[in-house]
Design a protein around this ligand. Structure first.
Ligand code: GLN
Length: 485
C-alpha cells in the first residue's frame, strides 16, 4: 500500500485534528499522478481540488466541517459517473469534451461529506470490457506488473488506489467491473445490492444490472464509502427504500470491530462454496481461495461445498441482456445532444451514422449490433426472452443457496491479471473471464472482492456474496482479511 498507509478514516481524522495538511496531501497525490506511467486518469481537477484542500485546512475546526465523514479525503471517480463542470467521457471519443451540467447523486453525497474529487478515472469504453484496454484514451497499466492489464472496466480506479494515486475511488459494476479490477490490482471493491445506490447520473450501459460501488485499499474504508453513497434519492425509481436505513450500519458494524478481534465476526457463520465457481480456475487461484475458506473455518465458521447447476447459463444470458440494453441505451449518442459534433451541413441520418461510425470504438459497435439483433422481431423470443428466463433461474438459485447459508465464497476471477494485448483481439475469451462475476449481477445480490493471496507478485481476489441488502454480512466476513494483512 502507498499513501504512507493512511486509510480514508485516518486521513479525515488527521485533517480534523490538524496532524495532516490536506493541501500537502492533495499536492503529493498529484505529484504521484503526474509522474505515473499507469494512465489511470482521463481528466484531472487539480485546480479545484487544491482550492478545496486549502479551504478544508482553514475551516477544519468549524462544527459543520468536523461532522463531515470524508473531510479532505481524496477520491477518484470512474468516468462513467457524471460530475458537474468536469469532463465526463465514459472513455469514448463520442463524449470527448462533454461537460455534464449536473452531478450524479453519489457525487452530491461525496461533496456533502467533504471528499475531494481529484479526477476521472480511465475505464473500458462505456464500461464494456474486462481489461481497460477498450478506452479511447489508451489502456491503464497494472501497478503490480507494467506488462499487464489492471482488469476492467473500472481499471483506472483500482490502479490509482493500488499505486497511491488516490485514497478512495468509485467504480460501476454491470458484470464485474468493480470486482475484476479490484482482484487484479489487489484492492477492495464492492458491488452493492441492485437498488441500494442511486444510479442517477451514471451513464447507462445495462440499467437492469449495474450499480455504482465503493473501492478502497481496505474493508473499513469500503464500508464507510458505501455508507456515504447509499444516500436516498427520489430521482432513481429503481432505488429501494429500506427501512431503518440499513445503509448507515455498514460502516458502524465494521468499524466497531476494526481494532478488536475480527475473527469473532465470522464465528458461527455458514459459508457455501459453490463448486461451479471453482471448476476451471487456475491452480494458484484455487489454492488461495481454499486457504481463505480454511481461514474462515479456523475463525469458527462452517463451510460446505455446494452446487448451483444453472450457473453454466449465466454468462450467455448476461451478454445477451447486457448487449440488448446497451443497444437501446446508446441510441442517445447521436452527435447532436452530447460530445462529438458534425459541424457539417448534412441531413440527420448522415450525421447520425457518421458520428457514431467515427465516435464509437469496435467493441461498442460490436455490442450495439449484437444487442440490436437479439432484440429484433425474429430473434427476440429465441435470445432476449430466453435470457430473461435464465435470469430468473439464476436469481432463484442464489436465493436457495443463501437460504441456508450466510454467505457464499469463491474466486473473483479465474486467473490473475493477464498481459496487455493478450485477449483483446479475441472478444469471446475476454467475455469468458467474467464467468464468476456476472451471475451476481443477474441475481442483483451484493458482492465484495478482497485480496486473499499473491501469485508471483500478482494479487488474487476472493469474492464473497450475500443476500439482497445484506452488505453487512460480507463486510464483516471480509474484515477478517483486513486485519490479517
Ligand atoms: N466485462 C463485462 C462486460 O464487458 C462487465 C463490465 C461491467 O461490469 N461494466 O460487460
Amino acid at each position: 500500500m502507498k499513501n504512507d498507509d493512511l486509510t480514508a478514516i485516518e486521513v479525515a481524522e488527521g485533517i480534523k485534528s490538524g496532524t495532516i495538511s490536506c493541501e500537502e496531501l492533495i499536492l503529493k497525490i498529484y505529484e504521484r499522478i503526474e509522474r505515473s506511467e499507469l494512465n489511470a486518469f482521463i481528466t484531472l481537477s487539480k485546480e479545484n481540488a487544491v482550492e478545496q484542500a486549502i479551504e478544508v485546512d482553514k475551516k477544519r475546526n468549524e462544527e459543520e466541517y468536523v461532522r463531515k465523514k470524508l473531510l479532505g479525503v481524496p477520491i477518484a471517480i470512474k468516468d462513467s459517473i457524471s460530475t458537474k463542470g468536469l469532463q465526463t467521457t465514459c472513455a469514448s471519443e463520442i463524449l470527448s469534451g462533454y461537460i455534464p451540467p449536473y452531478d450524479a447523486t453519489v457525487i452530491e453525497a461525496l461533496k456533502r461529506e467533504g471528499a475531494i474529487i481529484i479526477g476521472k478515472t480511465n475505464m473500458d469504453e462505456f464500461c464494456m470490457g474486462t481489461s481497460t484496454e477498450t478506452s479511447y484514451y489508451g489502456p491503464t497499466i497494472n501497478p503490480h506488473d507494467l506488462s499487464r492489464v489492471p482488469g476492467g472496466s473500472s481499471g483506472g480506479s483500482a490502479a490509482a488506489i493500488s499505486a497511491g494515486e488516490t485514497v478512495l475511488a468509485l467504480g460501476s459494476d454491470t458484470g464485474g467491473s468493480i470486482r475484476c479490477p479490484a482482484s487484479f490490482c489487489g484492492v477492495v471493491g464492492l458491488k452493492p445490492t441492485y437498488g441500494l445506490v442511486s444510479r442517477y447520473g451514471l451513464i447507462a450501459y445495462a440499467n437492469s444490472l449495474e450499480q455504482i460501488g465503493p473501492m478502497a485499499s481496505n474493508v473499513t474504508d469500503t464500508a464507510l464509502l458505501l455508507e456515504v453513497i447509499a444516500a436516498k434519492d427520489e430521482r432513481d425509481s429503481t432505488q429501494v427504500k429500506i427501512k431503518n436505513n440499513a445503509a448507515t450500519n455498514y460502516c458502524a458494524s465494521s468499524l466497531l470491530n476494526v481494532n478488536e478481534d475480527a475473527d469473532k465476526e465470522v464465528k458461527g457463520m455458514k459459508i457455501g462454496v459453490p463448486k461451479e465457481f471453482i471448476e476451471g480456475v487456475s491452480p494458484e487461484v484455487e489454492k488461495s481461495v481454499w486457504n481463505a475458506v480454511h481461514k474462515f473455518e479456523d475463525s469458527g465458521a462452517e463451510y460446505e461445498l455446494i452446487s448451483m447447476r444453472d450457473l453454466k447459463y449465466a454468462l450467455a444470458a448476461y451478454y445477451i441482456i447486457a448487449m440488448s440494453e446497451a443497444s437501446s441505451n446508446l441510441a442517445r449518442f447521436d452527435g447532436l445532444r452530447y460530445g462529438l459534433r458534425s459541424g457539417k451541413d448534412e441531413d440527420w441520418h448522415t450525421t447520425f451514422s457518421r458520428i457514431r461510425g467515427e465516435g464509437f470504438g469496435d467493441e461498442v459497435k460490436r455490442r450495439i449490433i449484437l444487442g440490436t439483433y437479439a432484440l429484433s422481431a425474429g430473434y427476440y423470443g429465441r435470445y432476449y426472452l430466453k435470457a430473461l428466463k435464465v435470469r430468473t433461474l439464476i436469481k432463484n438459485e442464489f436465493a436457495a443457496a443463501l437460504k441456508k447459508r450466510d454467505i457464499l465464497a469463491m474466486p473473483t476471477m479465474p486467473f490473475v491479471a493477464f498481459k496487455l494485448g493478450e485477449k483483446i483481439k479475441d472478444p469471446l475469451s475476454l467475455y469468458l473471464a467474467d464467468v464468476n462475476t456476472v451471475p451476481v449481477n443477474l441475481a442483483g445480490v451484493p458482492s465484495i472482492s478482497i485480496p486473499c493471496g499473491v501469485s508471483y507478485g500478482l494479487p488474487i481476489g476472493l469474492q464473497l456474496v450475500s443476500g439482497h441488502f445484506e452488505e453487512d454480512k460480507i463486510l464483516r466476513a471480509a474484515l477478517c482479511f483486513d486485519n490479517a494483512r
